[in-house]
Each structure stands twice: as structure tokens, then as C-alpha cells.
Design a binder for this molecule. Structure first.
Ligand SMILES: [Zn+2]
Length: 109
């Protein structure tokens, strides 16, 4: 494995600058589960098709939808560093679909 690390400020996952240069205010970052699937953070039930449920153990990750790098929130909060946990394919398959659903919901709110 490589040892890529994103920039992050003060243990705050919302301040990540992804290795690819993406940030919350640029292309946005998405809360995801331990598989890298975007989670639903609203209060409607059931969870909209395509999105993952909020993890019961609160083991949240942060997905960069631009490049598919995923960071583990608990590592960032504990250490103040943001090593890349793993990478997912954001161009096809269920994660691409979940990202699309996520942004659609976002646009409605
Ligand atoms: Zn990225």
C-alpha cells in the first residue's frame, strides 16, 4: 500500500484537502460507511434507495467523490492526520449511483 495523506486542520474532517486537491467547498466530500458507500444523514425512513444506512457503530468515513479516496473519520479525529484508508471506484457501480443519489437529495434541500 502507498502512504498518501491528505491535509487536514485541527482534527476536523470537514477541513480535509484530498490528495487530489478536492475539498468540501470545491467538489464536496461525502460521509460514507466502512465500504466507502455514501450514507444517508437525513431522518426519513426508509433510507433512500442506493444510499447506505448511518452506521450503528458511528464508524464514519469521508469519501472524496472526485477521486474515490476514502478517509477514516476516527483516525483523523484521534491523530489529526488523514491517511488514505482505501480507494473505491466512483465512476461506475453502486458507489457511483450512491453519489448521484446523495447530490440529488442535497439539491432538494
Ligand atoms: Zn480526492
Amino acid at each position: 500500500m502507498d502512504s498518501e495523506t491528505a491535509d487536514v486542520i485541527d482534527h476536523d474532517v470537514t477541513t480535509i484537502t484530498c490528495v487530489c486537491g478536492n475539498t468540501v467547498s470545491k467538489g464536496g466530500l461525502i460521509q460514507a460507511d466502512s465500504q466507502g458507500v455514501p450514507v444517508y444523514n437525513g431522518d426519513k425512513s426508509p433510507v433512500p434507495a442506493g444510499l447506505a444506512e448511518w452506521p450503528a457503530d458511528e464508524d464514519l468515513h469521508t469519501l472524496c467523490p472526485a477521486c474515490g479516496r476514502v478517509y477514516r473519520d476516527s483516525v483523523i479525529e484521534e491523530t489529526g492526520t488523514a491517511p488514505v484508508a482505501f480507494r473505491v471506484d466512483v465512476t461506475a457501480g453502486p458507489i457511483a449511483e450512491a453519489i448521484r443519489v446523495h447530490w440529488n437529495l442535497d439539491a432538494q434541500e
